[in-house]
Design a protein around this ligand. Structure first.
Ligand SMILES: Cc1ncc(COP(=O)(O)O)c(C=O)c1O
Length: 426
């Protein structure tokens, strides 16, 4: 009898619905820096995983984890320096008033908590999000994650706005008009909540609009939108689960692309380089108000091992100048993609910030018809040639390139050559 494959066992245990990447899933067994290795010994260039932000199995992170795990692991109801050392280093990367920290274990939990703080402090219940977003998998967060609506549907307290998209939706508008359209959408959402007897508690956005396909934001759009939400009594929650920790190249945080400072910031994925650590950084006054009304404790959040890992990640970002690398290599990659666009008309647009890079594929340049099917073929073709990327956007036609931050110019050139070959073979 044929032996069960890993895939057979997985399907039996986890079901065929548990999502997997690529039409030929990869069985990974080892990682090092920007490289991943499968069970057959094949090597892949990882150009997708922001979780391994400072590189797979970074020795400094592994050492920090091992050292603390050998010594003590408890929770935050005992005094311990690790959470303080980490919290101080983390909040030092924010504006002064964002200096209270809550640690938890997933991006979903972080968004749940931030939303709870916003609701309790504003006394309101409305939430404004974009109409193609993902913020997590709990009941409350699923009801506002509009990109993958579940059978529960979108919550009665949720209103959606369309993120500006200069390439497609707003192509005939000036930058000012595009920004004004976004603000008008946010104002309409606030009015719609008012008609239903509600006020906005929060405006929750991924600050690079990753699920939406990283549209270029017109100058002033976020600033005006946040001003409208503030005027209506709501808070701006910046979801940094994808863009945070230096990825955008110029700054530590995606929201720093705009002149609108959030009231609450949520973070996760890259925070522990794969170790499950996430968090909320809050305005002090909001945290104080929340603390008067609600008790928050998270058994695993902020434990000494996780906090030590988190600190080691921040240390590597600084010591290895990974933010600067993200800026330099990201620019190189975008320039290379634009060159490829001259050769392959399927590349309609190239966008991004630092080492968060996208290329939107279209079947015809004039109508910008989304090349959704071809994009899937390209992602699989890249994987067959040893480079891991993915896709995103409301038409699933945007190549998503989001590698570990030590990604070098040579790595970028390998990706570009492989993409060139893959596009030739379409
Ligand atoms: C922008 C954003 N927010 C929140 C989450 C949820 O994070 P987690 O899967 O750690 O719960 C994700 C996960 O993909 C995300 O992309």
């Amino acid at each position: 009898m044929a032996k069960d494959t890993v895939l057979d066992r997985r399907i039996r245990l986890m079901g065929a619905d548990a999502p997997l990447f690529y039409s030929q899933p990869i069985h990974l067994v080892r990682g090092e820096g920007v490289w991943l290795y499968d069970a057959a010994g094949n090597r892949y260039l990882d150009a997708y995983n922001n979780v391994a932000n400072v590189g797979h199995c970074h020795p400094h992170v592994v050492e920090a984890l091992e050292k603390q795990a050998k010594t003590l692991n408890t929770h935050t109801r005992y005094l311990h320096e690790a959470i303080l050392d980490y919290g101080e280093a983390l909040t030092a990367t924010f504006e002064d008033h964002l200096s209270r920290v809550y640690l938890c274990c997933s991006g979903t939990e972080a968004n749940e908590l931030a939303l709870r703080i916003a609701k309790i402090c504003s006394g309101a219940e409305g939430v404004i999000v974009t109409d193609f977003c993902y913020h997590g998998n709990s009941q409350t967060i699923a009801e506002l994650s509009t990109a993958f609506p579940g059978p529960e549907g979108i919550g009665k307290n949720v209103r959606t706005v369309t993120s500006p998209d200069i390439y497609r939706l707003h192509q005939n508008l000036s930058e000012e008009e595009s920004a004004a359209r976004f603000t008008a959408d946010v104002d309409a959402a606030i009015d719609s909540l008012a008609e239903a007897g509600m006020k906005p508690a929060a405006f929750l956005v991924d600050t690079v609009f990753a699920t939406e396909g990283l549209p270029d934001m017109p100058g002033g759009a976020m600033e005006q939108a946040v001003a409208s939400v503030h005027a209506a009594g709501g808070y701006y929650i910046a979801d940094e689960v994808q863009p945070g920790f230096g990825r955008t190249g110029k700054n530590m945080w995606g929201y720093q692309l705009y002149n609108a400072v959030p009231d609450l910031v949520t973070m996760g994925k890259p925070m522990g380089n794969g170790h499950p650590i996430a968090g909320v950084v809050s305005r002090v006054d909001l945290a104080k108000e929340f603390g008067k009304k609600a008790m928050y404790f998270n058994t695993f959040g902020g434990n000494p091992v996780s906090a030590s890992v988190g600190l080691s990640v921040l240390e590597v970002i600084k010591q290895d100048r990974l933010m600067q690398n993200a800026k330099k290599v990201g620019e190189h990659l975008r320039a290379g993609l634009r060159k490829l666009a001259n050769k392959h008309v399927i590349i309609g647009d190239v966008r991004g910030h630092g080492l968060f890079v996208v290329a939107e594929l279209v079947t015809d340049t004039a109508n910008k018809t989304p090349a959704s099917m071809e994009t899937g073929v390209v992602v699989d073709g890249m994987r067959e040639r040893g480079v891991l990327i993915s896709r995103t956007g409301r038409n699933d036609n945007v190549l998503k390139i989001r590698p570990p931050l030590p990604f070098s110019k040579e790595n970028a050139d390998l990706l570009l050559n492989t993409l060139d070959h893959t596009l030739h073979s379409l």
